[in-house]
Write a protein that binds this ligand. Structure first.
Ligand code: A3P
Length: 297
């Protein structure tokens, strides 16, 4: 790890208040304005660090909240069903104030930039986290398909950028710690990617309970089926295949890559793993957070 550089190594990013943002997608004035974003009591905010199962959770949330999604009568893209709070350019036509309730949003923002009203326990927050070693591997591959960041020449380069927080959403450690340690200020449900892999049905039921939505067993079956990796991979509305071509290079891959736990073992060297474990212990050792690093453990 090196000290924070004045300019991120990736020229598509910029530092703002200690975090890296994407130049072409979000401006400082807009980031600041989100503090005053007007919230409704029944809004639901899905919060993730990148590559932690965002697209998956967006799909699950939408399936739970929309009967038309479950029964296939509504053909709507994921980014339209659960729009981005910070990436307004992806939904330029939509006035968020006019969206019908309950509104669903997704964000990668650190809790430092989150709408202030969330702290009054107004609205619900679902925070999905993933073991950071798999996040690193997934993020490294994502550089091949996103046109919003520069490709790292090799994994070691990306590894160092990641540890320095020189990727969108900043340091993983800060993101998870920020939301987790302030959990009592929010009406928040924490989920783990690995638990969703192990038992998706239970995760779906947990979300339903949190959102106070009653679904019968048949509807739950549909949610679980339509949110499976296999189904999502072949559903362009679910897997963001319709993202603008200036953002994603579809020839080079997809958001749906492997969907596994423990894939980090196929890329991290013993030395990288030891470095990571040491930093993880320093940064997260005081928190009562456990991660599943591989299945079976
Ligand atoms: P991998 O790159 O490890 O395969 P995000 O949406 O936050 O960018 O996260 C993307 C990661 O979630 C990718 O991980 C992707 O394969 C995985 N993912 C997406 N949908 C999934 C699903 N239905 N089941 C399991 N993993 C899924």
């Amino acid at each position: 790890m090196s000290a924070i550089t004045p300019v991120p190594r990736d020229k598509n990013l910029y530092w703002y208040k200690g975090f890296c943002f994407i130049k072409d997608m979000i401006q400082p004035e807009y980031i600041d304005s989100l503090k005053d974003f007007k919230i409704r009591d029944d809004d639901v905010f899905l919060v993730t660090y990148p590559k932690s199962g965002t697209i998956w959770s967006q799909q699950i949330l939408s399936l739970i909240c929309s009967e038309g999604h479950r029964n296939g009568t509504e053909q709507i893209d994921t980014n339209e069903r659960v729009p981005w709070l910070e990436f307004r350019a992806l939904n330029p036509e939509t006035d968020y104030n006019l969206r019908p309730s309950p509104r669903l949003f997704v964000t990668h923002l650190s809790e430092l930039f989150a709408p202030r009203e969330l702290k009054n326990k107004k609205a619900k927050v679902i925070y999905v986290m993933r073991n950071p070693k798999d996040v690193i591997k997934s993020f490294y591959h994502f550089e091949n398909i996103t046109l919003l960041s520069e490709k790292s020449p090799d994994f070691q380069h990306f590894f160092e950028k990641f540890l320095d927080g020189e990727v969108y959403a900043g340091k993983w450690f800060h993101h998870v710690r920020g939301w987790y340690t302030l959990k009592d200020s929010y009406n928040i449900l924490f989920l783990k990617y690995e638990d969703m892999i192990k038992d998706l049905r239970s995760a779906v039921k947990k979300i339903c309970t949190f959102l106070e939505i009653k679904l019968d067993e048949k509807s739950i079956d549909i949610v679980v089926k339509k949110a499976s990796f296999k189904e999502m991979k072949t559903d362009p509305l679910a897997n963001k295949e319709n993202m603008p071509e200036d953002l994603i290079d579809k020839k080079c891959g997809s958001f749906m890559r492997k969907g596994q736990v423990g894939d980090w073992k196929n890329i991290m060297t013993v030395a990288q793993n030891e470095t990571f474990d040491k930093i993880f212990q320093e940064e997260m050792g005081d928190l009562s957070l456990n991660f599943t690093w591989q299945i079976p453990e």
